[in-house]
Write a protein that binds this ligand. Structure first.
Ligand SMILES: CC(=O)N[C@H](C=O)[C@@H](O)[C@H](O)[C@H](O)COP(=O)(O)O
Length: 228
């Protein structure tokens, strides 16, 4: 799926909404996720991010904006689109952008990040978003040919603390590195003020997931406050 440069440029300053439900959850249905993604576009999302091949397929039909796809396999270590095989399947399902683990950890298929990105580019028209967990990840991912850099794994890969809100320090560090490709702030952006702060720290665009699309979590936040 080809995403032209002007379409990528159009994401600048915008909100990308991630719609994901986890296995066993009430909303874990690709049609439901596609509907949630479509609803977010009505509210102004400039792109959407969805997990799972069927979710990518349904979402492609439900929205006109670019679709970032990923394929989670497992819960520990490298689990976000962990291999080239997973990445090509996501591209085949229709993702304009394939999000994959962009850390420096060993990948289950033994391929390097550079080989994986080259494989996606050679085997599809999709761009690659490297989900990073540190500045060193981001530098390596840019070197490896990633088209977009995300802070998705900050606080989850062991290199950065799990900050209460977004890891603004990391966003600022990566922005200052001048990697010449879009920096996507992602992870624990829970309020409009967090989103603005991420943008002001230097993000090209901002992904919000849980705070918009995960009702059980949002409900628990309200519930916890009422019971404090
Ligand atoms: C670490 C990991 O597995 N992140 C996943 C990546 O797709 C999702 O579970 C997150 O919901 C997504 O990154 C958006 O972040 P938040 O839900 O915090 O707005």
């Amino acid at each position: 799926m080809l995403l032209a440069q002007p379409q990528l440029a159009a994401l600048e300053g915008g909100l990308i909404v991630s719609a994901q439900a986890y296995p066993g959850e009430a909303m874990r249905d690709p049609r439901t996720m596609a509907q949630v993604a479509a609803a977010s576009v009505v509210g102004g999302a400039v792109a959407v991010r969805v997990q799972g091949l069927a979710d990518v397929q349904f979402t492609r039909s439900a929205v006109e904006v670019p679709v970032i796809g990923l394929f989670k396999d497992g819960h520990d270590g490298v689990f976000i689109t962990p291999t080239l095989h997973h990445a090509l399947a996501v591209a085949q399902a229709g993702a304009h952008i394939v999000a994959l683990d962009g850390t420096r950890r060993e990948r289950p298929d033994g391929r390097s990040l550079a080989e994986t990105i080259a494989g996606v580019h050679a085997g599809s028209g999709a761009l690659v978003m490297a989900d990073c967990g540190s500045l060193d990840d981001a530098l390596a991912a840019a070197e490896a040919g990633a088209d977009l850099i995300g802070t998705t794994l900050a606080g989850y890969s062991g290199e950065r603390p799990k900050t209460e809100g977004p890891d603004l320090e990391l966003i600022a560090q990566i922005a200052a590195a001048g990697l010449e490709r879009p920096l996507i702030a992602e992870g624990r952006i829970h309020t409009p003020a967090h989103a603005r702060a991420a943008r002001e720290a230097g993000a090209f665009a901002v992904v919000v997931g849980t705070a918009i699309t995960h009702p059980s979590s949002i409900t628990s936040w309200f519930d916890a406050e009422l019971r404090r």
